[in-house]
Design a protein around this ligand. Structure first.
Ligand code: BJW
Ligand code: ZN
Length: 284
């Protein structure tokens, strides 16, 4: 049977679900003006992922990789959460969720590193005047954060939203836009660890590295009876495998995406279009 696009039927399933997870990707932030990775307009069309998003590429050319991430940091700082982030933040608040899916737990597992989900949470929770309990975790940034600066030697991590992150990178975002990355910034002028002075790197998870909070995520996926897959091409593992695992365990899967993605023919619900349009309707 093809996936249903019946929002009313989805809301009925949502209201009866107890362990709800969202697996989100770059499409969640697309309406905030942050480019996705794959597909038309995606960053990996313009840049080679393997020469920017691997530990090996950083070891070979930290200047080039830092320019790319400085550009990404500056874009994220200028962006604001969109209606999809806000709908998810609102759904995170227990007293809001109680009206929609009584007695349920909820966790947003995002692959995004742009900080828009935590910023949206801060704003929405403050506006509602609530503190949300930490158990279960309500937000997991499994691919790290653009604003974490991580030491290559002592592993010290510091959250730093300075703009620019260091003087040598100031203004180089224009070069990235023109695809004229300049690989010649001396290593001593790149971001350094505040603790030991060694070269620091962006605190994101590159290909070949283990995503954050894996044991916690594994338990959440195992328990989930509803999985919403939002704005991800489902091309990168382990996140790409979560929906199938929930389905194998008898749970329901709903995909929200602009376009068709691998495996979506087997899901229960498929809502094609912008998640910033769908989520405010689906989660209220
Ligand atoms: C909209 C929209 C709108 C647009 N509304 N929708 C086979 C099995 C298992 C693993 C592997 C395997 N083969 C290879 C691997 C390893 C590798 C991998 O998956 N490679 C693939 C290429 C095959 N994975 C890893 O290396 C991971 N680590 C790992 O596996 O460790 C081993 C281990 C795991 C667990 C336990 C123990 C050990 C690490 C992966 C790290 C990925 N890093 C990046 C860069 C992060 C830093 C940065 O941001 O620069 O993460 S790559 C990039 O892709 C980024 C993203 O988080 C990730 C996913 O992309 P996403 O979010 O799906 O974006 P897009 O652009 O692909 O899709 C956007 C979607 O939105 C599209 O579908 C649009 O249609 C849609 N859209 N507008 C709704 N308005
Ligand atoms: Zn250090």
């Amino acid at each position: 049977m093809p996936p249903s696009k019946d929002l009313h039927a989805f809301k009925k399933v949502l209201s009866a679900s107890k362990n709800i997870i969202v697996v989100a990707g770059a499409g969640l932030s697309a309406a905030s003006g942050i480019p996705t990775f794959r597909g038309s307009g995606g960053m990996w069309r313009k840049y080679d992922a393997m020469s920017l998003a691997t530990p090996e590429s950083f070891a070979e050319n930290p200047s080039l990789v830092w320019q790319f991430y400085h550009y990404r940091r500056e874009s994220a700082l200028k962006a604001s959460p969109n209606a999809a982030h806000v709908a998810l933040s609102s759904f995170t608040i227990p007293k809001v969720r109680e009206r929609i899916a009584p007695g349920s737990d909820f966790t947003l597992i995002t692959q995004n590193v742009d900080g828009l989900s935590p910023r949206s949470n801060e704003q929405v929770f403050a506006q509602a005047g609530v503190t949300v309990p930490d158990t279960p975790p309500y937000l997991i940034e499994m691919h790290g954060r653009l604003f974490d600066i991580k030491c290559t030697q002592c592993d010290h991590v510091e959250f730093d939203t300075s703009s620019p992150i260091c003087e040598a990178l100031a203004g180089t975002e224009a070069l990235v836009e023109k695809k004229e990355l300049d690989a010649n910034i001396p290593i001593e002028n790149l971001p350094r660890c505040r603790k030991c002075g060694s070269l620091a790197r962006p605190g994101v998870v590159w290909f070949g590295e283990v995503p954050h909070d894996m044991p916690v995520i594994d338990k959440l996926v195992e328990k989930a009876d509803l999985c919403l897959v939002i704005g991800t091409s489902s091309a990168v593992y382990p996140a790409a495998g979560y929906a199938a695992e929930v389905a194998d365990n008898g749970g329901t899967v709903a995909v929200f995406n602009f376009e068709r993605t691998p495996g979506d023919e087997d899901v229960d619900f498929l809502f094609l279009g912008g998640c910033e349009e769908w989520l405010p309707k689906a989660l209220s």
